[in-house]
Design a protein around this ligand. Structure first.
Ligand code: T46
Length: 146
């Protein structure tokens, strides 16, 4: 299990992963095994769908949670922010996933019609794990970017 200090994590710790694809003329399959195809054990799966045009999701950071975000259908942009630097990752294929470490502010924007954001997460839902106010996120990071 990966272990990154959330107070000093940076956007460089977040990686765009190319996921294994089992090709089949009748339709492809991607199978994800925790701690094998992604660097954490999967404790929770959730997905965002029926997202109205122009809506944005996210707008928070996690203190301990590791996640893999996949555009299971359609496309959207993930803006990653470590308090010092930002980068935008476009997800538009079900065989790409953005691995997000704790201590990273994220915003999900530009959802296409019918987009589905599939999330594999390292822990069960815990509202105390969220930093939902940007100022509190900055205090949490204490600007200790490595
Ligand atoms: C993230 C992005 C990509 C639960 O009760 N259980 C859950 O497992 C989740 C994920 C959410 N909820 C409740 C909490 C809120 O009352 O569902 C409501 C909406 O959650 P939130 O405002 O956090 O939704 P998003 O789309 O802004 O964020 C979600 C995840 O919370 C977050 O971890 O990274 O998707």
């Amino acid at each position: 299990m990966i272990n990154i200090d959330p107070k000093s994590s940076t956007i460089e710790d977040c990686k765009l992963l190319t996921l294994p694809k089992i090709h089949n003329p009748a339709g492809n399959i991607t199978a994800l095994n925790g701690n094998i195809d992604l660097p954490f054990d999967i404790k929770r799966v959730y997905y965002l769908y029926d997202i109205p045009g122009g809506e944005e999701r996210g707008g928070h950071a996690h203190k301990e949670l590791y996640q893999l975000l996949i555009a299971a259908s359609g496309s959207f942009d993930v803006i990653l922010d470590d308090g010092k630097t930002k980068k935008t990752v476009n997800l538009n294929r079900p065989y790409f996933g953005i691995f997000i470490v704790p201590g990273i502010w994220r915003e999900l924007v530009n959802f296409s019609s019918g987009a589905i954001c599939l999330v594999l997460a390292s822990n069960k839902y815990n509202e105390n794990d969220y930093l939902r106010i940007y100022k509190q996120f900055n205090i949490f990071k204490k600007y200790k970017i490595k």
